[in-house]
Design a protein around this ligand. Structure first.
Ligand SMILES: [Fe+2]
Length: 321
């Protein structure tokens, strides 16, 4: 490596004129650092880490990443490249093939604060690997309700990320670090998720509304062209109908709706679509109640295992068999 050039660079850096200097080869500078900077001009924090090798060697890559938004964690990509073109937020929809549960990762890429909605116990490793890869700080692990078809991942997440808080509605009766009410706002970075109570599938169900981005996460209250069953766990068809019509169908028509499950391969819908095409919820309340009362669905396979675990937000030493 061109040692004389580095010595020159250090002296220029100390003189405070580094950023104006055209004598430094950015490629030489990049090759000296554990992380690389994709920009054509070297930022101050990158420069410090590159010309203080003893100090930078003590820091992990993720620690270096947190020091500067423009630094890079993978190859030559900036963190901002991970958001997607023209986006100021991170959004990922993740699927559990076993229970057909969707888990959602939302984040503010500037502050790096993130939330996970409805994580699944068996897939915590996958979810946390993604959080780590994107350099995010997981602030909340959230459940839309006490699930009956899978064990929540929030308990395991709290063990692995002690700073992360579990969240569920107060009326659900489940334990959590944060118990929400109708209207509670969960802030992450410059964004917030608003809690809208939508009981009916269970008494503690809620929808999380991300107004800044025109999205709502409906849990099992509203599914794409369907809805959650109402024949167990305090289920009540008339209540679910009211919840959908007063809390979800009153959102702007172009809001995207993301359910907790889909069994047909669909991933997203909108308020306008469901108001037009939902085969159950476009009916009258009386007709809806009759439909729900005649579904004759089988007893949920996982319910006896999942409910006790989920009432303590999945906190256990060994998962129930
Ligand atoms: Fe459910």
């Amino acid at each position: 490596m061109a040692v004389p050039l580095v010595k020159t660079s250090v002296s220029v850096l100390r003189s405070g004129s580094f950023l104006r200097s055209a004598t430094i080869s950015h490629f030489v500078a990049r090759s000296l650092c554990a992380v690389t900077c994709p920009s054509n001009t070297l930022c101050w924090n990158c420069a410090k880490s590159q010309f203080q090798p003893q100090k930078s060697n003590l820091l992990s890559k993720s620690a270096l990443l947190r020091r500067n938004w423009n630094c890079v964690s993978i190859g030559t990509k900036k963190m901002s490249d991970f958001t997607g073109k023209g986006k100021d937020y991170i959004f990922r929809q993740l699927l559990d093939y076993k229970s057909f549960t969707y888990t959602y990762l939302l984040a503010d890429p500037v502050s790096k604060e993130a939330v996970l909605i409805d994580p699944v116990y068996e897939l915590v490793e996958r979810d946390l690997n993604l959080v780590k890869a994107l350099g995010l700080d997981l602030k909340f692990a959230i459940n839309t309700h006490v699930h009956a078809d899978h064990i929540t991942g929030t308990g395991d997440i709290k063990k692995r990320v002690p700073s992360c808080k579990s969240v569920i509605t107060e009326v659900s009766g489940a334990s959590a670090d944060v118990k929400t009410k109708d209207g509670t706002k969960l802030e992450f970075g410059k964004f917030s998720l608003e809690v809208a109570r939508t009981p009916g599938h269970t008494n503690g169900c809620c929808t999380y509304v991300w107004r800044e981005k025109g999205m709502a996460f409906t849990g099992d209250t509203l599914l794409i062209r369907g809805c959650g069953r109402t024949d167990f766990q305090e289920g009540d068809a008339a209540t679910l109908y009211e919840s959908v019509h007063t809390k979800i169908f009153t959102l702007p028509p172009d809001f995207s709706l993301y359910p907790a499950h889909d069994y047909t391969g669909q991933t997203v819908t909108t308020v306008a679509e469901e108001k037009a095409f939902n085969p159950r919820l476009t009916k009258s309340k009386e007709a809806f109640v009759e439909i729900m009362g005649n579904l004759n669905l089988p007893y949920p396979k996982q319910i006896d295992r999942a409910l006790p675990a989920n009432l303590v937000c999945g906190v256990f030493d060994e998962p129930p068999k």
